[in-house]
Design a protein around this ligand. Sequence first.
Ligand SMILES: [Zn+2]
Ligand SMILES: [Zn+2]
Length: 284
Amino acid sequence: MRRSIVAIHVVALAVWLGSLAFSFQVAGRLFGGARKPVCPACLKTTTETETLVVCVGCGALQHQACAKARNGLCSLEHLGLRECVPPDENVLGKLRKIVTPSLTGTSSWTRVRRTGEDVPPERRLLWRLDACTPALSEKKDEGESKSRFVPGACFELPYPAVGDSLARVFEGSQVLGIILGVIGLGTAFLTRPGGAMRLMRAGALALALGLNAWLLFSLSPDIAAKRLALDAPGAPTAEEKAAFGKLHGMSLGGSVGVALLVLTALTLASVRREDVVSSETATA
Ligand SMILES: [Zn+2]
Ligand SMILES: [Zn+2]
């Protein structure tokens, strides 16, 4: 009986830790494909210093050299004009008339398909950004002089969809965390080592559970409300952007905190009774 309780305790903590590690991994992977635009021809991330050309038919931006290698034609599958030209104001102005920005003020993304079978099929479907929200068009990574979110830029994943997906991933992981936390805390009192070690373990688990509940019931709804404000026709103020960044930092910090507390509890649970006894005799 005691053995199975120990197993339940350790497995609950290990799965909790594993689910957190998994959600961090998912976040890294998704944002990796959503932050930097790629050239739809060579599928490499475009840099600020490279010369890009724009397709007069669909508006997709691509490397000048890549378009040249394709007889100056667009690398995406579509009907109509496919010539790629330097993106001057005249061309962009005409394109803006073809691609109407979303009426709700949210960004517009189109699923596009790359021509040619020289790359694996899973890399041939991309997303073209056709219209930006003011918030997205101001979004810059460190070291960038201007935003990479410009109409015509192609991405592996649409940025807002990554945000929506991750909100659900984290919500699922937090719900699972609460269930496993209750199991872990309940079984902590029935498993060895006891005494001060058990108190520390139970304390770490109670703290992790509390932090997890705060993330799920208080912080996540706040972040959702702030995201809604960013997806609007008007540009966000500096304060709004700072507040959003701060909440995201708190959410990341909270999740890392939960992971560290669960790891501590798991380490304490793996200390064997004989080790505790021998160290006690050694200090005595
Ligand atoms: Zn290219
Ligand atoms: Zn095109």
